[in-house]
Design a protein around this ligand. Structure first.
Ligand SMILES: NC(=O)c1ccc[n+]([C@@H]2O[C@H](COP(=O)([O-])OP(=O)(O)OC[C@H]3O[C@@H](n4cnc5c(N)ncnc54)[C@H](OP(=O)(O)O)[C@@H]3O)[C@@H](O)[C@H]2O)c1
Length: 327
């Protein structure tokens, strides 16, 4: 008899990849959860054989209903959906930033997801939480505005501290830096001489772990399901500097491209929105100073190569060729 995997964020990059991967496997049935089951991306999953049900991270009962009969759950919430929703702009309390408010809400949504998963322990074999590193803690408070990392890490802590039984059935998916960032946030800008420049704050000299989330989350989740619970999988193909990545981006686009570094305060002036630029700028400063996951300090952590994923996840060059559009 086939098993059931329930996928949150099924219409997005990570969840979409999981649904596509498991729809190909006759041993699994896929149930995706979305606020908009009839959307175009969900119709693609339905055509592949997935069931799509309506659910909202904000509504725990909808998640409990969606999780009925699940053997595996892939769970990824999204800080940016909350942050970008114009309806939320005026919601923070006096003196509270939108970033702080979005952090609180994403943590609450993550806790709803965890508590709902804990209600189906009779069938559940593995809960997979899409996590990120606790940037503030690792930097001893130096970078305190990387709320979209800290929110994921806070939910990981919640699982370990408040849901001990579920914790024993949980593994963590830690995706590297998305290559799709080169479509927007990290897209080099054209210069008057026709060359392209990506300007980043600080030295950003630590090599990044590059990952094509929309293509490869599925194979990584498949590997996690075969691994023992309480595994944290750092998923990536190549590890390399942003400098090298920009050069490869230029090569695959057939243009000259280079990286330029600016002091944080100077770089931030180019960005139109204060709260957004501080969140992104501090993330880049953190990424440039700390190894993404402090692997040596986390006994749970394994790299994708250790779970046999070499060759199954796209190389940076292939991913850049596919995910980023014209220069
Ligand atoms: N960019 C990077 O380098 C990087 C690296 C590691 C991790 N991340 C993290 O990855 C996350 C984004 O993941 P992604 O790119 O896979 O997402 P995405 O493609 O932006 O899609 C977001 C998904 O979240 C779902 N969603 C949002 N709010 C929901 C709610 N209240 N209830 C139910 N579903 C909801 C949406 O579903 P519906 O609209 O269908 O409901 C959609 O499927 C971000 O939080 C980011 O911090 C990014």
């Amino acid at each position: 008899m086939s098993k059931l995997i329930v996928v949150l964020g099924v219409s997005g990059k990570q969840g979409g990849s999981v649904a596509r991967q498991f729809c190909k496997d006759p041993l699994w049935k896929v149930r995706g959860v979305s606020r908009h089951p009839a959307s175009a991306s969900n119709r693609e999953h339905i055509a592949n054989g997935a069931e799509i049900v309506e659910g909202d991270f904000a509504n725990k009962d909808s998640l409990v209903a969606a999780f009925q009969g699940a053997h595996a759950i892939f769970a990824s919430t999204d800080f940016w959906t909350i942050f970008r929703d114009p309806a939320n702009t005026a919601k923070p309390a006096l003196g509270q930033t939108l970033n702080e408010w979005a952090y609180d809400l994403e943590v609450q949504q993550g806790q709803n997801t965890v508590d709902a998963a804990a209600s189906v322990l009779n069938t559940l074999e593995l809960f997979i939480w899409s996590t990120l590193a606790p940037a503030r803690k690792i930097s001893n408070g130096k970078w305190s505005w990387v709320f979209h990392f800290d929110s994921r890490a806070a939910v990981e802590e919640y699982i370990k501290e408040k849901q001990p039984v579920l914790s024993g059935k949980t593994s963590y998916f830690l995706p590297g830096t998305f290559v799709s960032n080169f479509n927007h946030l990290w897209k080099p800008a054209i210069q008057p001489d026709g060359s392209y420049v990506l300007t980043v704050p600080g030295p950003l000299s630590i090599p990044q772990y590059w990952f094509d989330a929309a293509r490869d989350t599925g194979v990584c989740v498949e590997a996690l399901i075969k691994a023992p619970p309480e595994t944290k999988l750092l998923c990536y193909s190549d590890r390399g500097s942003v400098d090298e990545a920009v050069k490869i981006w230029g090569e695959v686009k057939g243009v000259e491209a280079r990286l330029e570094h600016r002091p944080f305060e100077e770089w931030a002036l180019d960005w139109p929105d204060n709260d957004f630029r501080r969140e992104i700028g501090e993330m880049m400063m953190w990424l440039g100073e700390y190894d993404y996951a402090e692997p040596k300090k986390d006994p749970m952590l394994v790299h994708s190569v250790e779970l046999g994923l070499t060759g199954k996840v796209a190389s940076l060059r292939d991913a850049l060729t596919r995910v980023s559009g014209p220069a």
